[in-house]
Design a protein around this ligand. Structure first.
Ligand code: PLP
Length: 415
């Protein structure tokens, strides 16, 4: 077999062209709807003012089997407003996964509550329901689960835990536009479902977010909160400006048209990639919760075992795989207790007393599974891999087999 690409050999394939293809691209419609907003002159999204954002809210709610959808500035604010709508604040704790983008925990600090960093399930890379149960105290008010990369969280267990302990469940769906659980849209099962449409996401409009709920009162609260605390159906909560524009919604409407048909393809390619890994030594697909009826993803993640590669470190495995396919394979987000972008205790606004500072200091949390996943196990690439054909997906297995064959060489060279 030829040498690994990282040692100067010929790569298995060059799939780098996939990175330039937006998976939900629909440029003609995106332009058409953008012009529509421009021509109407109704650029801002004011409740029921005929702006296209209202149309997208109705479409997104319906697609995700939710009664209500409110578009907001971004996914971080979607989480923050969901917490504010539940009146979560100082003295409260919210359980969050130890591996996620920093916003999931950051939003909790921004409402002066304490994010309790909780360990991760090694089979799904999502929050571990057993650890959630252990993290509950008399101060716990809510759980935020993140449907991370290409897996839905263990919703059956989390919903039961939330009900048993009288807690709210917020689903952070920033990674799973189009996923379904038992036929229901991601974000429609918890008290709130929040979305990000930031530019790196599967579905994106540069910056944007959404909050889904089934509850009329909670919807009213979000509507007041996003609009500077103005009255919405006799509901008023002091707030700031978290409104989106019609231009972002125009792009989202065009992409939703594609997502409606493409979600099934993404789901199918996820299965194909999983099957590809199944027969190989030392790698395995993540577990899919049995209720998952459609799985999309911000990324494609799988688990690696250095033990089966004679100790080849995960970092070398990821670099070697990237070189074989021309796509970046990385690890997960850095666990939040070591993250370079999560340090809320250093912000003066969060200096609410010594106990509070201690409780939000990420270094005070131990996340052994998250650490092991991040250092040794996780292999993650972005959604562009779902652009693959079945043939192209087989290159993943060719590349892994090639690395396996040459594992001793790679260890020796220590790249
Ligand atoms: C899991 C998760 N939650 C929340 C966010 C925050 O979204 P935004 O960047 O739109 O504020 C992101 C986006 O990066 C994310 O990946």
């Amino acid at each position: 077999m030829v040498k690994p690409a990282i040692l100067g050999g010929t790569p298995v394939a060059d799939l780098s062209y996939m990175k330039s293809r937006r998976i939900l691209e629909n440029p003609d419609k995106e332009k058409e709807y953008l012009l529509k907003v421009f021509d109407t002159g109704i650029w801002n999204h004011w409740n029921n003012n005929g702006n296209l954002a209202g149309e997208f809210e109705a479409l997104w709610a319906e697609y995700n089997t939710s009664k209500y959808c409110s578009l907001v500035t971004n996914g971080t604010h979607a989480l923050q407003l969901a917490l504010e709508a539940l009146d979560i604040g100082y003295g409260d704790e919210v359980i969050v996964p130890g591996i996620t983008w920093q916003a999931t925990a950051g939003a909790v600090c921004d409402v002066n509550a304490v994010p309790i960093l909780t360990d991760i399930n090694k089979d799904t890379f999502c929050i571990d329901a057993n650890m959630v149960e252990k993290a509950i105290t008399s101060k716990t008010r809510a759980i935020i689960c993140v449907h991370l990369y290409n897996r839905l969280s263990d919703l059956d267990s989390l919903l039961k835990i939330a009900e048993r302990h009288g807690l709210w469940l917020i689903e952070d769906c920033s990674h799973c536009h189009g996923s379904k659980f038992k036929g229901k849209g991601a974000g429609s099962l918890g008290t709130f479902g929040t979305y990000s449409f930031q530019s790196s996401k599967l579905m994106q409009c540069a910056e944007g977010g959404a909050v889904l709920t089934q509850d009329r009162e909670l919807y009213g609260r979000i509507m007041s909160l996003r609009n500077c605390g103005r009255d919405f159906d006799n509901i008023k909560i002091h707030s700031g400006n978290y409104r989106i524009t019609g231009f972002q919604a125009a792009v989202l409407i065009a992409q939703l048209e594609v997502l409606k048909s493409k979600a099934a393809y993404i789901d199918k390619m996820g299965h194909v990639l999983d099957d590809t890994l199944d027969s190989l030594p030392g790698v395995r697909p993540l577990s899919r919760n049995s209720g998952t009826t459609c799985q999309t993803g911000y990324g494609y993640a799988f688990s690696y075992s250095p033990e089966n590669f004679d100790g080849l470190p995960a970092g070398i495995f990821r670099s070697a795989l990237s070189a074989e396919l021309g796509l970046e394979f990385t690890s997960t987000y850095t666990p939040l207790n070591m993250s370079e972008v999560y340090y809320p205790h250093l912000k003066r606004r969060h200096h609410l007393g010594r106990n509070y500072l201690e409780s939000i200091n990420p270094a005070n949390y131990k996340l052994p599974s998250a650490l092991d996943i991040w250092l040794n196990r996780a292999v993650v690439t972005r959604w562009y891999i779902f652009n693959s054909s079945v043939k192209e997906a087989s290159y993943l297995s060719d590349a892994i087999s090639k690395i396996y064959e040459h594992r001793k060489d790679l260890i020796k060279r220590g790249i």
